[in-house]
Design a protein around this ligand. Sequence first.
Ligand code: TXA
Ligand code: MG
Length: 347
Amino acid sequence: METIILEVDNSVDSDSSYQQAVDTLKKGEVVAFPTETVYGLGAVATDKESVAKIYKAKGRPSDNPLIIHIGRKEEVAQYAQNISKEAKQLMDAFWPGPLTLVFDQIPNKIAVNALSGVETVGLRMPDHPVALRLLRTLQLPLAAPSANRSGKPSPTEAEHVAKDLQGLIPLILDGGQTGVGLESTVLDMTTTRPTILRPGGITKEMIENVIGPVVISHHLKEEEAPRSPGMKYTHYAPEAPVFLIEAKEEIIQEAIKSYQQQNQKVAVIGPNELEQAVANWYFALGAEDDMNEMAMNLYKALRMCDGTDADLILAVEVQATGVGEAFMNRLHKAADGKRYTATSVNN
Ligand code: TXA
Ligand code: MG
């Protein structure tokens, strides 16, 4: 299959590009498009055969429900029931934006394979002009996971989508680099106290300022029997193994040197301030006090490691507060439990 990439920015007349995307989706095919978080791989969420093509292109197991994207708040009532006052307050505060709300579903509206058989539905209204225009022109909901091959870092540029899915999907809408850089916060509104299933750009503090106390799922760290099934797979992993490392200059230098003594090439991902000349590659994410910038550049840096012949990647830790919580959540998954300590080099 040939993959067409269409640039859609405001400087060019892109009516025909949107029409092509809508026609492709209505024919039952998938289309990759930018959101404010990461690129999504969309299919009409009410059509089972279309949704099946998402799983096929991604190589993703189908026991993991997909987020359903809508273009208008009013559409929530078509797919979800028992919508609480708190949920409405959150929609008013953060939609469009990087917050997915999980509700009880109205049965038989969304294709069963988009929801992998669960009785809930995760809905979100993305804050990106291309995503919103696509959804509003289409006038149908889009099931859309991140547009990467399963296990790879989520794409934050059209080029990343092409790298993973070239030849597997018919169309990519290119809207430039995405702004948030990490996937949306997933908040389960069906529990007595709303539960954060996945941290993201809308932080716990921001949510609590609107509706009061929420719970963070303890499965975020312990991965057994996850409520949000997506949490149990290896994620965001570049080819070389990733080790977390403390944000201390001496420790980072010591680690680089001892790996290099064993003839290993080291790539480091970290803040501008800790850039190490001795590293074989250093991918600077941004100023250490600018968590938003660091988050925006994380997946790109993980992917850039694949363009090197590094034997291992050291990823510098940040404080797990605010957006830092989502950042560290993704790094933990990329590292799959591995963390540098002086002894891990010598064994
Ligand atoms: O920012 C995002 O959310 C991106 C962009 C494209 O919108 N999408 C995305 O989708 O990250 P995906 O499919 O890669 O991640 C969906 C996450 C998974 O962890 C999944 O288990 C959880 O949301 N999820 C979706 N629906 C759910 C439901 N009904 N109940 C519990 N968890 C759900
Ligand atoms: Mg994903």
